[in-house]
Design a protein around this ligand. Structure first.
Ligand code: SF4
Ligand code: SF4
Length: 288
């Protein structure tokens, strides 16, 4: 069973789509190459059997070979081909992400685009998914996550790629807090501070290292955070933790698989910090 994975460049939430009809006109008329991600040998066979009608290249992680192929055949567009039968463990996911990032790097260098236009505004068909099933049975991994990895590679600058990862995770956390009403604000007082006079939740800190005076965070304006601080969004107080509400970096696909240990530390502990500063730190500590 083959499915089409699409992303939408105009949205951040719900930006992936799985199309269950693979025979669209787009696929029969577009001039593209399917780059089959080779995680292990049987992958090769499955892709080649099912994709005889397309130009196909099998990518086993060798960037120089892929670079030569794209330039030699003047490839303008590629789709990513992935066989879900070969994604069985977290290690396979790590390998998939490693290859997708390499593919993105080579494509940017060769001015080859990942994806072809879909039918809706902003929609880009980016993947062919072989042996589709609804659930991967790998902890915290959804098929949509794999499709989002192709979206990351469509951004041309490193900063844009980090911003996408960052915003995506913040939006998930915001949705979690909002839809489940986790802090349960009433008359501006959250669950934890209900019996006190504090009306700004936990957006307070000591004035300085030597003071025991608490002051409001400078980013709190009109009862709203203006900093989009991911570390604050990951934080839950003792009251929430006692109710089992806790967010760990490893629970989030992009944070877990895309960040190195130093970067994970940064997103976890940079509370009271503006998004721009955190992104700058992530870029400074990224592996080239
Ligand atoms: S995390 Fe706790 S202290 Fe902070 S706003 Fe929510 S309920 Fe209040
Ligand atoms: S940066 Fe953190 S502490 Fe400051 S306003 Fe935003 S959420 Fe509150």
């Amino acid at each position: 069973m083959i499915r089409i994975g699409s992303i939408n460049l105009k949205t951040e939430d719900n930006d992936t789509k799985i199309n269950h009809n693979v025979r669209t006109n787009k696929l029969s008329i577009a001039n593209f190459t399917v780059v089959g991600i080779l995680l292990n040998e049987p992958n090769n066979e499955v892709i080649s059997n099912q994709l005889k009608e397309f130009n196909t290249y099998y990518f086993e992680g060798n960037c120089a070979k892929l670079d030569k192929y794209l330039r030699e055949y003047k490839v303008k567009y590629v789709l990513v081909g992935i066989n879900l039968n070969n994604l069985k463990s977290e290690n396979d996911v790590k390998k998939y992400i490693r290859y997708i990032r390499k593919l993105g790097k080579v494509c940017r260098r060769c001015k080859t685009r990942i994806g072809i236009m879909g039918d809706e505004p902003g929609e880009i068909i980016s993947m062919l998914i072989f042996n589709y099933r609804d659930n991967l049975n790998i902890k915290n991994i959804k098929i949509e996550d794999l499709i989002e990895s192709t979206k990351v590679e469509m951004y041309r600058t490193r900063r844009q790629r980090y911003e996408y990862i960052y915003d995506k995770t913040c939006n998930m956390l915001d949705t979690e807090f909002r839809t489940k009403n986790l802090c349960d604000f009433k008359d501006n007082k959250c669950l934890e501070k209900r019996k006190s006079n504090v009306v700004c939740g936990c957006c307070r800190h000591y004035k300085n290292l030597f003071s025991n005076q608490l002051v409001k965070c400078k980013y709190l304006k009109n009862k709203k955070c203006t900093a989009k601080c991911i570390s604050c969004k990951l934080f839950t107080c003792d009251t929430l933790q006692k109710k089992g509400i806790k967010f760990r970096v490893r629970d989030f696909y992009f944070l877990n698989y895309y960040l190195n240990p130093i970067q994970k530390f940064i997103v976890k502990y940079s509370v009271f910090t503006h998004k721009n500063k955190i992104i700058k730190e992530l870029m400074r500590t990224s592996l080239k």
